[in-house]
Design a protein around this ligand. Structure first.
Ligand code: SAH
Ligand code: SF4
Ligand code: F3S
Length: 476
């Protein structure tokens, strides 16, 4: 079994690891007790992510004692960062591998079976692991990593240290992959990158640097005009090309960086029907001083101006964000500014985090400026209230609308209720008196709204998935 602790990119790596294990003849299981191989794909973005892993490894020790044949591997960002510490703290781990050698996961497990525990971490990816087999959870929606690493240096963030520099995958390869996904019945694709909207920056540099490489067309796709050497904002082109693939009905992307959000991307979102009207734009803080100390490269006004421009052009845009509370040096008045910007931006959803020092990052050095945790928690409470208010208002504004919904499955609480996602990525529940398969599209009238979800009435099913999903969703 493969367990994921981190972000969507981490999840996508897990899908690759599961694909490799399946090629080795293993079957996926959801239970530790049934597993012959357990892979923990770790995250280290905040301290609680570390703690969760060490807790889990502690639990697995007993299992390994009972079944010495059980193999345990730890991969992902925390493994990249903490390598030896993991084997020190948990000698029962068979393999430790990093973010750049996912492709080696099964090979290392086989080696460890013969020669004992192995740690193998490399600092740079030799090849982009796009060719690896993938075992996806859903049969109708897929994530596609279009870029790995991050070239920014946000003072709080460990990602550049564990994921390396930014590398974009060749344009044509991505389009081909989406064509294959669509042929297999996938209708929704989410483009992933830590700094997703700067996709192509490295490719452009490669194409501009003197001699054209032989694979120029493949790198830049159809937007490449041979000989003209024009740099293009490739991300918006990629959004368009992916949307043109037959069978693709919804395109999403995450996470863009506000400083790199270009007008072309907004225009593509406004013009192309397949690109969902949802922008996840991490704010982090509403205070210019804090933003500058974070090295975010924008001010609160600049952020709000981009939101305003996006709302003007994209009809009916939903907006979500990430915010950090208690960054070192954040004063009461800095925090008040975050509340003000949050209220003005009217976020439909926000992921809020208390700052967590990550050893090795710049902000972690600012020990004398750390905000007391009681202060940070009080601020967090206040921020949550502001977010919940705008989130509820955003949901209430949908009442009376007919929404296109992708059916995800049965509600956990009530099997007679189906759940789905609107184009805004809002969770919606609605009763259905007949079976509707996951991956179907339906029109649903919104009848009620809560802070975190909508309720609705089914109008009609507009499309069924091309392939049968293994588990039909039945509401009786
Ligand atoms: N690349 C993405 C986000 C990466 S991490 C971006 O730039 O938006 C996801 C979120 O975790 C960040 O947006 C940030 O809000 C939060 N985060 C990152 N490091 C953190 C830290 N040290 N403490 C608390 N939150 C953090
Ligand atoms: Fe981290 Fe900043 Fe890169 Fe996002 S853009 S991954 S927050 S360094
Ligand atoms: Fe965590 Fe690594 Fe993602 S640190 S958030 S799993 S890039």
């Amino acid at each position: 079994m493969v367990r994921t602790y981190g972000c969507q990119m981490n999840e996508h790596d897990s899908e690759r690891i599961a694909g490799l294990l399946e090629m080795d003849g293993l079957e996926q299981t959801d239970s530790f007790d049934d597993a012959d191989v357990i892979v923990l794909n770790t995250c280290c973005i905040r301290e609680n992510a570390d703690n969760k892993l060490y807790g889990q490894l502690g639990n697995l020790k007993k299992l390994k004692e009972e079944r010495p044949d059980l193999q345990i591997a730890v991969g992902g960002c925390l493994a990249q960062k903490d390598r030896e510490i993991i084997q020190d703290k948990a000698p029962h781990v068979d393999v430790v591998f990093g973010t750049h050698n996912v492709a080696r996961a099964t090979g290392l497990l086989a080696e460890a079976r013969i020669s004992g525990p192995i740690t193998e971490i490399i600092e740079e990816s030799e090849v982009f692991p796009s060719a690896l087999p993938v075992k996806r959870d859903a049969s109708y929606a897929a994530w596609m990593t279009i870029q790995i690493g991050c070239d920014n240096s946000c003072a709080f963030c460990i990602v550049p240290a564990v994921r390396g520099r930014e590398i974009s995958r060749p344009y044509n390869e991505l389009v081909r992959e989406v064509e294959e996904l669509a042929a297999s019945g996938i209708t929704e694709v989410t483009l992933l990158g830590q700094n997703v909207n700067s996709y192509g920056r490295d490719l452009t540099l490669k194409l501009r640097g003197g001699e054209l490489p032989p694979d120029a067309e493949d790198l830049a796709g159809k937007v490449w005009v041979a000989g003209s050497h024009t740099a293009r904002p490739l991300f918006s082109d990629l959004l368009r090309s992916v949307s043109e693939v037959e069978g693709i009905r919804r395109v999403r992307y995450t996470s863009p960086h506000p400083k790199d959000l270009r007008p072309e991307t907004i225009t593509a979102m406004a013009e192309v029907a397949e690109i969902c009207e949802h922008l996840h734009l991490p704010l982090q803080s509403g205070s210019d001083e804090v933003l500058s100390a974070m090295h975010r490269g924008y001010t609160a006004d600049r952020y709000l101006a981009k939101v305003h421009a996006a709302r003007l052009e994209i009809v009916d845009l939903a907006l979500s964000t990430d915010i950090i509370v208690g960054f070192p040096g954040e004063s009461d008045s800095d925090f008040e500014k975050t509340l003000e910007v949050a209220a003005e931006a009217r976020f439909d959803n926000a992921y809020t985090f208390v700052y967590s020092p990550r050893p090795g990052t710049q902000a972690a050095e600012l020990v004398d400026k750390y905000v007391a945790s009681s202060v940070a928690s009080t601020r967090m409470e206040r921020l949550r209230k502001v977010i919940e208010r705008s989130s509820r208002l955003g949901n209430e504004s949908r009442i009376g609308h007919s929404e296109e919904v992708i059916v995800e499955g049965r509600s956990k609480r009530d099997p007679n209720i189906l759940t789905g996602r609107t184009r805004h990525n809002r969770l919606i529940h609605f009763p259905a008196n007949r079976p509707i398969r996951a991956g179907s599209y339906a029109q649903v009238n919104v009848t009620a709204a809560r802070t975190f979800n909508l309720m609705g009435e089914l109008v009609e099913v507009t499309a069924s998935p091309k392939h049968r999903t293994r588990i039909p969703v039945v509401a009786s």
